[in-house]
Design a protein around this ligand. Structure first.
Ligand code: GLU
Length: 308
């Protein structure tokens, strides 16, 4: 079991690496975040939470919302229906690329963790209007993170909305090809931009990671999703969670990892009922937290968590 002194020492060891990365600037609000923030959280197998570094700072969840929304889409529609709308394969392209949507015969997104797939997933969440859909997403996220104070950051949301034309392009392309169903594109995007702008801490993320690692059970023993759905979410995190660095990450860390351009990364630890999370907004060229990856490598080594 890890204690906070050990976690603090690991963070200190890699703090200098953050200077080699850059905060995301294609969403203006994200470029204002302090690049030297670095925090980590671990939920141990006994449920105890250990945090260190900038662990109380709230930051935008961004793409780490995608596995959460996938879990809710599975609950709303079932496995067969969800994967009638997307595949389960890595795309090998940039997370916001339109290339595969155009070139694949069925025009379906390759997986739920690239932007096209995530927008499709959001379109599958039940609700009578965008407010209701978003409310269901944030309520579900609060439940599985066991963090009741998650909120939407309006500045990040408006920043995403005003600059999200590539995402608009993906969504309108899917609508044009008839694969986005009856959804109103701007309504789906509005929810997508909001889900990315939910503010979390590393502690909330580590609890989400533990939730998926446990097969969909809260720390109080309550089952929220079937084990099968947790396995789908986690398996896809392993193959498609780290943009075009997913293979290398799996080899280096030996755990599934899902990152977001806000600087967070989650690692569910399957079979051990543990969750790891880091926050370091300085990103590498693939869009992953540069110091965060080093911390996860070290944690995996120290705690002997490599699945292979
Ligand atoms: N909101 C971001 C976008 O759609 C999420 C990207 C990410 O974290 O990978 O571009």
């Amino acid at each position: 079991m890890l204690n906070s002194k050990q976690l603090s020492d690991i963070i200190d060891k890699f703090k200098c690496i953050a200077a080699q990365g850059k905060v995301a600037d294609y969403i203006p609000e994200l470029s204002a975040v302090n690049p030297s923030y670095l925090g980590a959280a671990v939920v141990n197998s006994d449920g105890s939470l250990v945090t260190a570094g900038d662990s109380t700072v709230y930051f935008a969840i961004e793409s780490i919302s995608k596995p959460v929304v996938l879990a809710l889409a599975l609950m709303d529609n079932g496995e067969q229906e969800v994967f009638r709308h997307m595949h389960k394969e890595p795309s090998g392209e940039a997370f916001n690329s339109i290339k595969k949507l155009e070139t694949q015969a069925d025009h379906l997104p390759c997986n739920p963790y690239i932007n096209a797939g995530a927008i499709m997933t959001t379109s599958l969440i039940k609700g009578n209007n965008p407010d209701e859909v978003f409310q269901r997403i944030i309520d579900f996220m609060k439940k599985i993170s066991e963090d009741n104070i998650l909120t939407l950051d309006t500045h990040t949301y408006l920043s995403e909305k005003s600059t999200g034309d590539t995402n608009r392009g993906l969504a309108y392309y899917m609508k044009g090809q008839g694969v986005l169903g009856h959804s109103v594109v701007e309504d789906v995007l509005d929810v997508y931009f909001r889900q990315c702008s939910i503010m979390v801490t590393v502690a909330s993320l580590a609890k989400i990671a533990r939730f998926f690692a446990s097969g969909g059970i809260l720390t109080n023993g309550e089952r929220v999703i079937p084990e099968r759905y947790a396995k789908i979410v986690t398996g896809l995190i392993a193959t498609c969670g780290m943009y075009n660095q997913s293979g290398e990450f799996l080899d280096d860390v030996g755990l599934p990892g899902k990152s977001g351009v806000g600087g967070g990364i989650i690692c569910p630890v399957p079979g051990k009922n543990m969750g790891l999370a880091v926050f370091g907004p300085a990103l590498d060229s693939e869009g992953n937290s540069i110091a965060g990856i080093e911390i996860l490598k070290e944690l995996s080594k120290t705690l002997k968590l490599n699945m292979f």
